[in-house]
Design a protein around this ligand. Sequence first.
Ligand SMILES: CC(C)(COP(=O)(O)OP(=O)(O)OC[C@H]1O[C@@H](n2cnc3c(N)ncnc32)[C@H](O)[C@@H]1OP(=O)(O)O)[C@@H](O)C(=O)NCCC(=O)NCCS
Length: 150
Amino acid sequence: MQIIIEKMTKVHLEQIKDILEEQFDTFWNASVLEKELENPLSTYIVAICEGKVVGYAGLWQPIDEGHITNIVTQKNKRKNGIATKMLEELIKIAKYKKLKCVTLEVNIHNEDAIRLYKKFQFEEVGKRPKYYNNTDDALIMTKKLEGENR
Ligand SMILES: CC(C)(COP(=O)(O)OP(=O)(O)OC[C@H]1O[C@@H](n2cnc3c(N)ncnc32)[C@H](O)[C@@H]1OP(=O)(O)O)[C@@H](O)C(=O)NCCC(=O)NCCS
Protein backbone atom coordinates (compact mmCIF):
# COMPACT_ATOMS: atom_id res chain seq x y z
CA MET A 1 0.00 0.00 0.00
CA GLN A 2 1.60 3.26 -1.13
CA ILE A 3 1.05 6.08 1.36
CA ILE A 4 1.91 9.71 0.70
CA ILE A 5 2.04 12.22 3.55
CA GLU A 6 1.00 15.82 2.79
CA LYS A 7 0.24 18.93 4.77
CA MET A 8 -3.53 19.14 5.37
CA THR A 9 -5.39 21.88 3.50
CA LYS A 10 -9.06 22.85 3.24
CA VAL A 11 -9.22 20.87 0.00
CA HIS A 12 -8.47 17.63 1.89
CA LEU A 13 -11.05 18.54 4.51
CA GLU A 14 -13.73 19.19 1.89
CA GLN A 15 -13.01 15.72 0.45
CA ILE A 16 -13.46 13.89 3.76
CA LYS A 17 -16.04 16.06 5.54
CA ASP A 18 -18.98 13.78 4.80
CA ILE A 19 -17.26 10.59 5.92
CA LEU A 20 -15.23 12.06 8.76
CA GLU A 21 -17.19 10.87 11.78
CA GLU A 22 -18.34 7.57 10.27
CA GLN A 23 -14.95 6.53 8.86
CA PHE A 24 -12.49 8.04 11.30
CA ASP A 25 -14.43 7.50 14.54
CA THR A 26 -15.93 10.50 16.29
CA PHE A 27 -12.44 11.95 16.73
CA TRP A 28 -13.22 15.59 16.12
CA ASN A 29 -15.48 16.95 13.47
CA ALA A 30 -14.89 19.04 10.38
CA SER A 31 -15.54 22.39 12.02
CA VAL A 32 -12.91 21.78 14.72
CA LEU A 33 -10.39 20.72 12.08
CA GLU A 34 -11.29 23.74 9.95
CA LYS A 35 -10.45 26.04 12.87
CA GLU A 36 -7.25 24.14 13.54
CA LEU A 37 -6.09 24.75 9.96
CA GLU A 38 -6.16 28.46 10.71
CA ASN A 39 -4.21 28.10 13.95
CA PRO A 40 -0.62 29.28 13.31
CA LEU A 41 0.61 27.11 16.16
CA SER A 42 -0.80 23.91 14.65
CA THR A 43 0.44 21.68 11.85
CA TYR A 44 -1.89 19.07 10.36
CA ILE A 45 -0.91 16.31 7.98
CA VAL A 46 -2.89 13.79 5.97
CA ALA A 47 -2.02 10.32 4.71
CA ILE A 48 -3.12 9.75 1.11
CA CYS A 49 -3.67 6.35 -0.48
CA GLU A 50 -4.78 6.07 -4.11
CA GLY A 51 -5.69 9.77 -4.12
CA LYS A 52 -7.90 9.56 -1.01
CA VAL A 53 -7.33 10.76 2.55
CA VAL A 54 -6.94 7.69 4.78
CA GLY A 55 -5.59 9.35 7.91
CA TYR A 56 -4.80 12.62 9.57
CA ALA A 57 -2.75 13.85 12.49
CA GLY A 58 -1.90 17.12 14.18
CA LEU A 59 0.89 18.76 16.14
CA TRP A 60 0.37 21.86 18.27
CA GLN A 61 3.39 23.79 19.49
CA PRO A 62 2.55 26.53 21.97
CA ILE A 63 6.19 27.12 22.98
CA ASP A 64 9.21 24.89 22.55
CA GLU A 65 7.25 21.71 23.22
CA GLY A 66 4.98 19.84 20.85
CA HIS A 67 1.63 18.28 21.60
CA ILE A 68 0.10 15.63 19.39
CA THR A 69 -3.53 16.69 19.23
CA ASN A 70 -4.83 13.76 17.25
CA ILE A 71 -3.81 10.84 15.06
CA VAL A 72 -6.47 8.83 13.29
CA THR A 73 -6.51 6.24 10.51
CA GLN A 74 -9.63 5.46 8.48
CA LYS A 75 -11.30 2.42 10.07
CA ASN A 76 -10.92 -0.03 7.18
CA LYS A 77 -7.30 0.96 6.54
CA ARG A 78 -5.94 0.34 10.03
CA LYS A 79 -2.96 -1.98 10.65
CA ASN A 80 -1.23 -1.04 7.43
CA GLY A 81 1.42 1.20 8.92
CA ILE A 82 -0.44 4.46 8.15
CA ALA A 83 -0.32 5.93 11.68
CA THR A 84 3.31 4.86 11.92
CA LYS A 85 4.09 6.94 8.81
CA MET A 86 2.12 9.93 10.15
CA LEU A 87 3.83 9.77 13.54
CA GLU A 88 7.25 9.53 11.86
CA GLU A 89 6.41 12.71 9.94
CA LEU A 90 5.16 14.60 13.01
CA ILE A 91 8.34 13.70 14.89
CA LYS A 92 10.40 14.85 11.89
CA ILE A 93 8.52 18.17 11.90
CA ALA A 94 8.99 18.53 15.67
CA LYS A 95 12.73 17.91 15.32
CA TYR A 96 12.95 20.39 12.45
CA LYS A 97 11.25 22.98 14.66
CA LYS A 98 13.79 22.11 17.38
CA LEU A 99 11.09 21.26 19.91
CA LYS A 100 12.36 19.77 23.17
CA CYS A 101 9.78 17.02 23.37
CA VAL A 102 6.46 15.78 22.06
CA THR A 103 3.64 15.01 24.49
CA LEU A 104 0.17 13.53 24.15
CA GLU A 105 -2.76 12.19 26.09
CA VAL A 106 -4.25 8.81 25.34
CA ASN A 107 -7.16 6.91 26.86
CA ILE A 108 -5.75 4.32 29.23
CA HIS A 109 -7.88 1.64 27.48
CA ASN A 110 -6.66 2.55 23.95
CA GLU A 111 -4.19 -0.32 23.63
CA ASP A 112 -3.56 0.11 19.88
CA ALA A 113 -2.57 3.74 20.28
CA ILE A 114 -0.45 3.11 23.39
CA ARG A 115 1.43 0.34 21.55
CA LEU A 116 2.03 2.69 18.63
CA TYR A 117 3.46 5.38 20.91
CA LYS A 118 5.65 2.92 22.80
CA LYS A 119 7.08 1.77 19.46
CA PHE A 120 8.30 5.37 19.08
CA GLN A 121 9.77 5.39 22.61
CA PHE A 122 7.09 7.59 24.14
CA GLU A 123 7.26 7.16 27.91
CA GLU A 124 4.44 7.29 30.44
CA VAL A 125 4.94 10.37 32.58
CA GLY A 126 1.60 10.76 34.33
CA LYS A 127 -2.15 10.36 34.34
CA ARG A 128 -5.13 12.69 34.16
CA PRO A 129 -7.92 11.03 36.17
CA LYS A 130 -11.34 10.80 34.48
CA TYR A 131 -10.12 12.92 31.56
CA TYR A 132 -12.39 11.29 28.98
CA ASN A 133 -16.16 11.72 29.48
CA ASN A 134 -15.47 12.05 33.17
CA THR A 135 -14.85 8.28 33.35
CA ASP A 136 -11.66 7.04 31.63
CA ASP A 137 -8.22 8.18 32.76
CA ALA A 138 -5.77 9.67 30.26
CA LEU A 139 -2.19 8.53 30.16
CA ILE A 140 0.27 11.35 29.51
CA MET A 141 3.12 10.17 27.29
CA THR A 142 6.24 12.09 26.26
CA LYS A 143 9.05 11.57 23.83
CA LYS A 144 12.15 13.65 24.46
CA LEU A 145 13.76 15.02 21.33
CA GLU A 146 16.72 16.92 22.76
CA GLY A 147 19.94 15.08 22.11
CA GLU A 148 18.41 13.00 19.31
CA ASN A 149 19.88 13.32 15.81
CA ARG A 150 18.19 16.19 14.06
C1 LIG B 1 -4.36 4.09 16.93
C2 LIG B 1 -4.46 4.19 15.41
C3 LIG B 1 -4.21 5.63 15.00
C4 LIG B 1 -3.39 3.26 14.78
O1 LIG B 1 -3.48 3.45 13.36
P1 LIG B 1 -2.92 2.38 12.32
O2 LIG B 1 -2.80 3.08 11.01
O3 LIG B 1 -3.71 1.15 12.38
O4 LIG B 1 -1.47 2.12 12.92
P2 LIG B 1 -0.28 1.27 12.25
O5 LIG B 1 -0.80 0.41 11.18
O6 LIG B 1 0.82 2.21 11.92
O7 LIG B 1 0.17 0.43 13.47
C5 LIG B 1 -0.80 -0.34 14.17
C6 LIG B 1 -0.44 -1.79 14.13
O8 LIG B 1 -0.48 -2.30 12.84
C7 LIG B 1 0.69 -3.09 12.61
N1 LIG B 1 1.02 -3.05 11.20
C8 LIG B 1 1.66 -2.07 10.57
N2 LIG B 1 1.80 -2.39 9.27
C9 LIG B 1 1.21 -3.59 9.12
C10 LIG B 1 0.99 -4.45 8.02
N3 LIG B 1 1.46 -4.13 6.80
N4 LIG B 1 0.30 -5.57 8.22
C11 LIG B 1 -0.14 -5.90 9.44
N5 LIG B 1 0.04 -5.13 10.52
C12 LIG B 1 0.71 -4.00 10.36
C13 LIG B 1 1.74 -2.40 13.44
O9 LIG B 1 2.84 -3.22 13.69
C14 LIG B 1 0.95 -2.08 14.63
O10 LIG B 1 0.81 -3.21 15.43
P3 LIG B 1 1.69 -3.38 16.69
O11 LIG B 1 1.55 -2.07 17.43
O12 LIG B 1 1.08 -4.53 17.34
O13 LIG B 1 3.08 -3.59 16.19
C15 LIG B 1 -5.84 3.69 14.90
O14 LIG B 1 -6.18 2.50 15.54
C16 LIG B 1 -6.97 4.71 15.09
O15 LIG B 1 -7.20 5.56 14.23
N6 LIG B 1 -7.68 4.61 16.23
C17 LIG B 1 -8.75 5.58 16.54
C18 LIG B 1 -8.18 6.91 16.83
C19 LIG B 1 -7.26 6.88 18.03
O16 LIG B 1 -7.49 6.18 19.00
N7 LIG B 1 -6.19 7.69 17.97
C20 LIG B 1 -5.25 7.85 19.05
C21 LIG B 1 -5.69 9.02 19.87
S1 LIG B 1 -4.59 9.30 21.24
